[in-house]
Design a protein around this ligand. Structure first.
Ligand SMILES: CC(C)(COP(=O)(O)OP(=O)(O)OC[C@H]1O[C@@H](n2cnc3c(N)ncnc32)[C@H](O)[C@@H]1OP(=O)(O)O)[C@@H](O)C(=O)NCCC(=O)NCCS
Length: 275
């Protein structure tokens, strides 16, 4: 059933259509009508078919556009091995006339071309824990289309497509994506400082993606407030201290947006002792 989408997401649906990239034999495991937004047959792309080649090259360019500036763009084989086969690559596509000249140039398409080019994408990979997915990629060119919240909307639809119960993912403390993930909160912090990642100042978040959470997000409602326990400075020593508490069994959640204070950027954290 289609929830009452908030204005920003209704605006996105005026210009965008959903697409999925997955082998045809996997489609039966996906919700091809996520949150009531039906994926047309023409936009169900099978990565094992030659006919998908051009669209997949646009996906690679979209990723280079969004993640390239952070030096985290992925080669095409990573999409195939880690997303399209084991899971599904979801996103929203638009007509070339709707995107900026810079994007058209990047995709080598003309304004009049009657094709759909990808403008956002979402990848979450199933983990060994039933119902849990690892969020591997969210990218959006919303700014190039003048659409607010395209990343959030794509993530919500992508979770519905996969019928995920909960999501785990890695995000940089100072990255723009944290605000997007927070809309799905409360965000539990599974790590606060992560040397296993290329960027140790990364947190590992976990949040629910059940139908009630996704509905709240696409209706544009804020996540529930959590009582704050402490402010944590976004610098290595403070993050390591929080990390050590987590390793000793404490649980923590992000209790609100990060704020710039006299001591620099700080995160409001709810901490419950454990262990
Ligand atoms: C992170 C990223 C996916 C966000 O995409 P986006 O299209 O800008 O989408 P967001 O959902 O974050 O929304 C953008 C703005 O719309 C706002 N918004 C979101 N939902 C909204 C809603 N329902 N109503 C009104 N505004 C809304 C957000 O608060 C945000 O506002 P801000 O710019 O003032 O903070 C995009 O910037 C990107 O591709 N970044 C590079 C790659 C990356 O870092 N990916 C994430 C790591 S996995």
């Amino acid at each position: 059933m289609t929830p009452p989408f908030c204005e920003a997401y209704r605006a996105a649906l005026q210009v965008c259509r959903p697409f999925v990239v997955a082998p045809a034999e996997h489609l039966e495991h996906l919700d091809l009508d996520p949150l009531g937004v039906k994926i047309d047959k023409a936009l169900r792309l099978d990565p094992t078919r030659l006919s998908s080649q051009l669209f997949l090259s646009w996906i690679e360019r979209l990723d280079a556009f969004t993640f390239g500036p952070q030096a985290m763009a992925m080669p095409r084989w990573v999409f195939y091995d880690c997303a399209e086969w084991p899971s599904a690559l979801f996103g929203l596509a638009a007509r070339p006339s709707a995107v900026s000249p810079a994007v058209r140039e990047r995709f080598e398409v003309a304004s009049r071309d009657r094709v759909w080019v990808p403008v956002s994408l979402h990848v979450a990979i199933p983990t060994v824990a039933p119902g849990e997915f690892f969020e591997h990629n969210v990218g959006s060119l919303g700014g190039e289309l003048g659409l607010r919240g395209l990343g959030t909307f794509t993530k919500a639809l992508g979770c519905a497509l996969l019928r995920a119960s909960r999501l785990v993912g890695a995000a940089q403390w100072t990255g723009k994506a944290l605000g997007m993930h927070r809309r799905f909160g409360p965000l539990e912090l599974r790590t606060a400082f992560t040397p296993a990642h290329s960027y140790p100042r990364t947190l590992t978040y976990r949040h629910a993606t059940d139908p009630a959470t996704l509905r709240r997000v696409v209706e544009g409602r804020e996540p529930p407030d959590l009582a704050l326990t402490t402010w944590v400075r976004i610098e290595d020593q403070a993050l390591r201290r929080l990390q050590r508490r987590l390793e000793r069994g404490a649980r923590s959640w992000l209790a609100g947006p990060l704020k710039e204070g006299p001591q620099g950027l700080c995160a409001p954290v709810r901490l419950e002792p454990g262990g």
